[in-house]
Design a protein around this ligand. Structure first.
Ligand SMILES: [Zn+2]
Length: 236
């Protein structure tokens, strides 16, 4: 049993690092995807803002075209009214028409001015968003480059460790104990063994009863921590 524990300890030394590297290889691309999605969402918000600004500009153009037509009509009515100085009823009708047109034009101009100031503000907002996006893209490009480099390094290191692990595998660690070890690696963040020092588990810091300590020290069978399930060993 001592031999089994020693063989597992030799594996554990590599497995803690293997576990960490695998975790890194999973985490880094995940973070890159999340950061990309964040920028894409910023781009979508900017596009929506630009769409609103374009809508305002179209509306402003419509109002301008309308007031141009109304001004032309007003000039025409003014001209016609000068031609009919003698017909008082007609003159009054023209003057009424001119007042109505003037009022409509002035209302439209007010509405147009308000829209222009809205559109200016929205366009300013879109510009600010664009600057933010460009800044975020720079940071992202840098991050993505780092991810690529770190991923390549981690993959290389992982392959080396896995090769060393295969060399360390031997018949002493086959069977049930090894299966238990592998299960614990997966469920305990890559640390399946726990040193028992002065009756304290060095992984979960639980104190164990004396008889359990004695069994571990005798080393004739596998003893697990009652609290964290890890396989106990004592330092030789
Ligand atoms: Zn424990």
């Amino acid at each position: 049993m001592q031999q089994t524990i020693s063989a597992l300890l030799a594996l554990q030394e590599l497995d803690a690092e293997i576990y960490r590297l695998r975790d890194e290889l999973r985490r880094l691309p995940e973070e890159r995807t999340a950061r990309r999605a964040q920028i894409d969402a910023m781009i979508a918000r900017r596009e929506e803002t630009q769409r609103k600004a374009r809508e305002s500009r179209t509306k402003i153009k419509e109002i301008e075209d309308l007031t141009t037509i109304q001004r032309q009509r007003m000039r025409k009515v003014e001209h016609e009214s000068t031609q009919s100085k003698t017909d008082m009823a007609l003159l009054a009708a023209y003057q009424h028409q001119i007042r109505t047109l003037k009022r409509d034009i002035s209302q439209a101009e007010e509405e147009g001015l308000a829209l222009v100031s809205d559109a200016d503000a929205v366009e300013g907002e879109a510009k600010r968003m664009q600057a933010e996006i460009e800044q975020a893209e720079l940071v992202y490009a840098d991050f993505a480059k780092n991810v690529e480099r770190e991923t390549a390094e981690a993959a290389k290191k992982l392959a080396q460790l896995e090769a060393r692990r295969r060399e360390r595998m031997n018949p002493q660690v086959e069977g049930e104990t090894f299966a238990l070890y592998e299960r614990l690696l997966a469920s305990r963040d890559g640390v399946a063994l726990a040193e028992l020092d002065s009756r304290i588990c060095q992984q979960c810091y639980m104190e164990v009863p004396v008889n359990l300590y004695v069994r571990v020290a005798k080393g004739d069978r596998v003893v697990q921590c009652p609290s964290c399930d890890r396989i106990f060993y004592v330092r030789a």
